[in-house]
Design a protein around this ligand. Structure first.
Ligand code: ZN
Length: 192
């Protein structure tokens, strides 16, 4: 027997001992309980996953979408997004397998529903984060506002943002007020 063979035989023997100990341990109540809990943990994880998916799907299909144009491209490749739930058709340009769990839900929803048919369309072209921020501010101040008035208010706010020149400091504090990133710089149609 050479050195390598001796070492090999030694490892086989050690593994056998470890295996015996493992088998003995698996018979103890604590370890049995451990495996039972692990299984339960996995089952609950999957259940949570499924329920979360259903809740998100339900939210998307019950939203009375208000769409703004989220790209300034031609009508053919124009993307749009909802200022309430944030679903954005630009996601359809991505490859599904590259998307996160959350994004896949939106992707599937958009694939199965022609969203423009189920939504209030607007002629607003705007970064979606900005449109959502304006909408949520308006909702904060007027919780019972109807969609049409909210759209009107968003247009007024956007006109003001776009036509009144302010310095960078003011832009930063405006972004902060709207809970956007301080570096947000997609205020105008040409920026998106
Ligand atoms: Zn929506």
């Amino acid at each position: 027997m050479n050195d390598l063979e001796r070492e090999y035989a030694d490892v086989i023997e050690k593994r056998q001992k470890v295996k015996e100990e493992l088998i003995a341990l698996e018979q103890t109540e604590t370890i049995k309980r451990y495996f039972k809990l692990r299984l339960e943990w996995d089952i609950l994880y999957n259940k949570r996953h499924d329920l979360y998916k259903q809740i998100q799907k339900e939210k998307l299909s019950s939203c009375k979408h208000i769409l703004v144009n989220t790209s300034s491209g031609s009508a053919y490749n124009q993307t749009c997004g909802c200022i309430k739930c944030g679903v954005d058709t630009s996601i359809l340009e991505e490859r599904r397998e590259r998307l996160s769990f959350e994004e896949k839900i939106k992707y599937d929803y958009l694939k199965n529903n022609y969203i423009r048919l189920k939504s209030t369309l607007t002629d607003i072209t705007c970064d979606l984060d900005l449109a959502m921020a304006l909408y949520s501010k308006i909702k904060e101040h007027h919780p019972n506002i109807d969609d049409e008035t909210a759209i009107h208010y968003i247009k007024v706010a956007l006109d003001h943002i776009r036509n009144v020149n302010v310095n960078d400091e003011r832009k930063k504090s405006r972004a902060k007020r709207l809970s956007l990133k301080p570096t947000f710089n997609r205020w105008n149609e040409k920026d998106i």
